[in-house]
Design a protein around this ligand. Structure first.
Ligand SMILES: Nc1ncnc2c1ncn2[C@@H]1O[C@H](COP(=O)(O)OP(=O)(O)O)[C@@H](O)[C@H]1O
Ligand SMILES: [Mg+2]
Length: 220
């Protein structure tokens, strides 16, 4: 599903470039659930931004379903992301002026689907929000917002879900419920999951744990 080869990322800075990732090699098979753990500042979000095609590496390559992300045109990258990826962020990143339903139809519209509302409604029902279709994010609780974000990530049935500390903004109980839901959906759909977390308990729900340390990934 994902192949990382010699992946490196440095950020330029007036006081000298900051190297966050240096020479990462990793293979993630379809259907695997992989936790990426590591202390704050170790580069977990940086790595996920590269995997999601939102940022470009300084060196090395990422293959997603056999496509080298760096070799794609802007249009091909957009199409590839729409087809293969669902992303869940710590801060939800919902569109504040759009209802829950409209937020979930967006990825389907971008992918050129028709009958988007039926599918989006069903995705929201799957996360237990069939009764909140027309609510704006500000009218929803944090846990509900993250459920909308999960519905948005999964509505197009992408084979790969990337999640960056998805329960990091929720209280422990709500966070656990949301994560249980995410894992249930991933299991039902046999999706591949890459979960960034500094929560050891959540990491233990995954098939494999990779520790990001000193710019490199190691199996732990
Ligand atoms: N845009 C940027 N410019 C410069 N440095 C950055 C930038 N984004 C992140 N960093 C640095 O990269 C390191 C890793 O950040 P991040 O990937 O957010 O870590 P994590 O998600 O593991 O907490 C941090 O030291 C951070 O300061
Ligand atoms: Mg982070």
């Amino acid at each position: 599903m994902l192949k990382l080869s010699g992946l490196g990322k440095s950020y330029p800075h007036p006081s000298g470039a900051v190297t966050v990732l240096s020479g990462i090699d990793a293979l993630i098979e379809a259907g695997e659930r992989v936790a990426i753990i590591g202390p704050s500042g170790s580069g977990k979000s940086t790595l996920l931004a590269l995997l999601s095609g939102l940022d470009q590496p300084t060196s090395g390559t990422i293959e997603l379903a056999g496509k080298v992300l760096g070799s794609l045109s802007e249009r091909e990258l957009t199409a590839t992301r729409a087809r293969y990826l669902g992303i869940v962020f710590q801060q939800f990143h919902l569109m504040g002026h759009l209802s829950a339903l409209e937020n979930v139809t967006l990825p389907l519209r971008i992918a050129g689907h028709v009958e988007v509302e039926t599918r989006a409604t069903s995705a929201l029902q799957d996360v237990g929000l069939g009764h909140r279709l027309n609510h704006l994010p500000q009218q929803l609780s944090g846990g509900e917002c993250q459920r909308v974000a999960i519905a948005r990530a999964m509505v197009g049935e992408p084979p790969l879900i990337l999640a960056d500390e998805p329960s990091g903004n929720l209280d422990a109980k709500t966070g656990d419920q949301v994560m249980q839901l995410l894992f249930d959906l991933v299991r039902q759909r046999r999706s591949t999951l890459v979960l960034v977390t500094h929560n050891e308990h959540l990491a233990s729900w995954c098939d494999r744990r990779l520790l990001l340390s000193g710019g490199r990934l190691v199996d732990v």
